[in-house]
Design a protein around this ligand. Structure first.
Ligand code: UDX
Length: 444
């Protein structure tokens, strides 16, 4: 099927490359000329495991491709992904147009939908035949109605609007696209439904076919529930710390109940990333705007903030005054397997430590370049041992596998004092104490 993707960020690029991999003719569109030029050269604007190979396999330049990959392409009809900055050109031949532009939070927490409105206008004005316009960006419920109204004013031909929210986790996005727990499509016509069912036919997963508003709400409700689950286990972790219970045992004990489920019960310094914080605030604003309130989500945010404060207190308990102390930090990204630091707990934690006069040394396997534009006056190290050298304590903020393999005997020798404060419970408490570390972690 001929499809167009507008917006080549995490959602748009993964969606475009994966649909191309499934044999569709895909055109990816973005207003950012530089981004488009780079994509034409096979250069990615984001880091996502497996994306580089998938992009190479589905674009023309066979430069860095194995003979096997090239021959594989020759077998099946091969449609190289096209990249353009023009919505008019890029959507001309497409029957489905996915809106994947950013919907960042305004200061009020409400989603900024100006980009959605802008591209909808351009789609409507350039249409010369039927199009199915699909909102994939995370949008507040009833955005679909807005898109429809705007299209009705501007479009000269028939069209349909649909909602098809994504549930991609950064670092697992390609896997999540190809192996989703479910596909959600919100449609208002048989034609729209049949087009999307055909498009998603190669993916074996339950498909929820519903109306547009329900599909939009499923997205916000999903992310808000997941964030709630994390804050719940973090609140229980704080009780464990006061009562000598072990949060990992508690999480295992509750998670075996199939109605709770074991995932997303890892206590830590809280959730970050662009989605959870943004979607929680957006969902609360949506509730307020329709005259209800969703105070539970305010408490979910409060607990998330509290976890960072409690982590700082653990450092103060260990070091007493922080002024002029040297604090080593391992992990800056909001979670492993990504360079993304949006709303990463590391940012608030490091800034608070700096306000207390501490000197900070940092290392992260992927996020160092991103960090340099966010964190000032920190010493950027090239490996974990350099961070530990001469530091008064070592903090773990992101659970990269690399940190789980550290030579702790070497780390202990390098530290000024053997203090490790683990924000993601990557080490065994017993092991650390046996090795003579003063070890603090979360909820155990
Ligand atoms: C999330 C949703 O999972 C995904 O479905 C949605 O499309 C986008 O938002 P993402 O933000 O990429 O994905 O990361 P995720 O793996 O969900 O983790 C989010 C945050 O929660 C991270 O900061 C992570 O450290 C934290 N987390 C996750 C916990 O603190 N404990 C857990 O048990 C799981």
């Amino acid at each position: 099927m001929k499809i167009a993707i507008i917006g080549t960020g995490h959602v748009g690029l993964i969606t475009g490359v994966c649909f191309a991999e499934l044999g569709n003719e895909v055109t990816c569109i973005d207003a950012d000329e530089v981004k488009i030029q780079n994509l034409k050269k096979g250069l990615l604007p984001i880091y996502e495991p497996g994306l580089q190979e998938l992009l190479a396999k589905n674009t023309v330049n066979t430069g860095h491709m194995s003979q096997g990959l090239i021959s594989l392409r020759l077998k099946s009809p091969f449609y190289p992904i096209k990249f353009t900055t023009s919505i008019k050109d890029g959507t001309k031949d497409a029957i489905v147009i996915f809106i994947c532009v950013g919907t960042p939070p305004k200061s009020s927490g409400e989603a900024d939908l100006s980009a959605v409105e802008n591209v909808t206008m351009q789609i409507a004005e350039s249409m010369s035949d039927y199009k199915l316009v699909v909102e994939k960006s995370t949008v507040p419920v009833r955005t679909g109605i807005r898109i429809k109204q705007l299209m009705e004013q501007r479009a000269k031909t028939k069209f349909d609007v649909a909602s098809n929210p994504e549930f991609l986790r950064e670092g697992n996005a390609i896997y999540d696209f190809m192996h989703p727990d479910r596909i959600v499509i919100g449609v208002e016509s048989e034609r729209a439904k049949n087009i999307l069912l055909e498009l998603y036919q190669p993916i074996k997963a339950p498909i929820v076919v519903t109306d547009i508003e329900s599909a939009e709400l499923i997205k916000h409700a999903s992310n808000s529930f997941l964030a709630t689950k994390i804050s719940f286990i973090n609140a229980v972790a704080l009780i464990c710390e006061k009562t000598g219970a072990n949060i990992e045992q508690v999480a295992q004990g509750i998670g075996l109940d199939h109605r709770i489920g074991k995932d997303f019960l890892n206590a830590g310094i809280g959730f970050g990333g662009f989605c959870f914080p943004k979607d929680l605030r957006a969902f609360r604003r949506i509730a307020e705007k329709i005259g209800t309130d969703f105070n539970l989500l305010k408490e979910v945010e409060n607990i998330n903030e509290e976890m960072k404060k409690r982590f700082i207190s653990k450092i103060e308990d260990s070091l007493w005054n922080l002024k002029d102390k040297v604090i080593g930090v391992l992990g800056l990204a909001f979670k492993p397997d990504t360079e993304d630091m949006r709303y990463a707990p590391s940012i608030d934690i490091i800034k608070t430590l700096q306000e207390e006069g501490a000197k900070i040394k940092v290392y992260d396997p992927q996020a160092m370049n991103v960090a340099k534009s966010i964190l000032k006056d920190v010493e950027y190290c090239s490996n974990p041992y350099q961070v530990a050298e001469g530091s008064d304590c070592l903090c773990i903020l992101t659970e990269w596998d690399e940190f789980k393999e550290l030579d702790l005997i070497k780390i202990k020798k390098l530290l000024k004092s053997p203090i490790i404060i683990d924000g993601r419970n990557i080490f065994s408490k017993q092991e650390m104490q046996k090795m003579g570390f003063k070890y603090k972690s979360i909820g155990r």
